[in-house]
Design a protein around this ligand. Structure first.
Ligand code: PMP
Length: 398
């Protein structure tokens, strides 16, 4: 046998070295639960501010009980695509509950959030069609736009005047406007009424991703669209509402809800729905319990709001010295922008030494020069927890 050169094994070390040089190499840590917001990270006890489990439902006893009962009834796997044998009675019941909860005509339940966005957009638009995408949209929406082969027109973050110009100049009939409802790395809200008004004026469809608003915002946690007064009798047939079930709902998966015809079309055409194994019924059962808890436990949202207010007030005096910027946000996601990748990693490391686990977020997740700490708050956090974070940040700022 002759020795052959292997381009891949020579190239990958070079690429990894470039990531190291730019402070962009990513590492994983193993975590194990402790109590409340406390976890073990690589065996070290830490107070975490990184989980998207905004209401603390992921370990709620009622959810665990529902999942176990679901496993007893259905087993732990679904056995196939929803189009063949995976659409269990539990998954069907969850879809009914989701539609009722968000006050929209019909809902479709998917096994994963990323795959939902990456595949519903190509189901809606194709080559020659036009997509209008906010510059800070989540990676899954961006990938969905790319996969669709539609013409992507990116507008500046939240810049409705720019969006209107693009829509007005667009000769294409099938137009889709895509936006996070709560931006995942900034925590701020999209102007949903403004987006919808433009979609009405220019006959476009609006796809909203409310991954970070569902369960947290609006009456009983019904999400951003209900908070904007655009569900129930006021539901618009030109809005598709997508939310993940992996954040406040405490598990995983996602759903898309909207007009009967739009959902029927997605059922027919979404490749990650047809060609992927359905979510296990045990999760659908636990998610039904999650919806009940979200609806009934307003105290969890009150607790979260109190921590948000406490953190924001406590951070104000720390902002001047180091040039840190706290982005505007009324949600569980609080972004403390520090600028360079090294500065963000340094701050994360400083907090780690204080027993605090807060992720540094770097490009390409956020724009170059806006590396940050993404502080995720949860109903699990106590007043003392947030005080501890603020005290450590004060020391590191000084
Ligand atoms: N949309 C947004 C806005 C997200 O932040 C995420 C993931 N964090 C997703 C979609 C993907 O959802 P999932 O993690 O449930 O696959």
């Amino acid at each position: 046998m002759t020795a052959s050169s292997n381009f891949w094994l020579q190239d990958i070390p070079r690429q990894l070295a470039a990531l190291d040089a730019a402070a962009l190499r990513r590492t994983r840590r193993t975590v194990a639960p402790l109590q409340g917001a406390r976890i073990l990270v690589d065996g070290q006890p830490m107070l975490q501010f990184c989980s998207n489990d905004y209401l603390g439902l992921a370990q709620h006893p009622a959810m665990i009980e529902a999942a176990c009962a679901g496993a007893q009834d259905f087993g732990v796997g679904s056995g196939g695509s929803p189009m063949v044998n995976g659409h269990s009675t539990a998954n069907a019941a969850l879809e009914e509950e989701l539609a009722r909860f968000v006050q929209l005509p019909r809902a479709l339940y998917f096994y994963a959030g990323f795959a939902t966005n990456a595949s519903i957009i190509p189901a809606l638009v194709g080559a020659g069609d036009a997509i209008f995408s906010d510059a800070l949209n989540h990676a899954s929406l961006i990938d969905g736009c790319r996969l669709s082969r539609g013409q992507i027109r990116r507008f500046g973050h939240g810049d409705l005047a720019a969006l209107e110009q693009l829509l007005a100049a667009c000769p294409v009939q099938r137009k889709l406007v895509v936006s996070d409802a709560v931006f995942s790395m900034d925590g701020n809200l999209a102007d949903i009424e403004g987006l919808l008004a433009l979609c009405e004026r220019y006959d476009a469809l609006l796809l909203l991703d409310d991954a970070h608003g569902f369960g947290v915002l609006g009456p009983q946690g019904r999400g951003s669209l209900t908070a904007a007064g655009l569900t129930g009798a006021k539901a618009s047939p030109r809005v598709l509402y997508m939310a993940t079930l992996s954040k406040a709902a405490g598990i995983s998966g996602a759903f898309v809800a909207g007009h009967e015809l739009l959902i029927e079309w997605l059922l027919q055409k979404t490749r990650s729905y047809t060609f992927a194994t359905a979510a296990p019924a045990m999760l659908a059962r636990a998610l039904q319990t999650s919806l009940q808890l979200i609806e009934q436990q307003s105290a969890l949202r009150d607790q979260l709001q109190a921590r948000i207010a406490q953190l924001r007030a406590g951070l104000q005096p720390l902002l001047q010295g180091k040039g840190w910027q706290l982005l505007p946000s009324e949600t569980a996601v609080q972004a403390l922008v520090v600028g360079s990748n090294d500065a963000a990693l340094g701050l994360m490391e400083g907090l780690r030494r204080h027993g605090l686990w807060v992720p540094a977020i770097r490009p390409p997740t956020v724009p170059v020069g806006t590396a940050r700490l993404r502080i995720a708050l949860s109903a699990l956090h106590t007043e003392a927890d947030v005080k501890q974070l603020l005290a450590a940040l004060q020391e590191l700022a000084g």
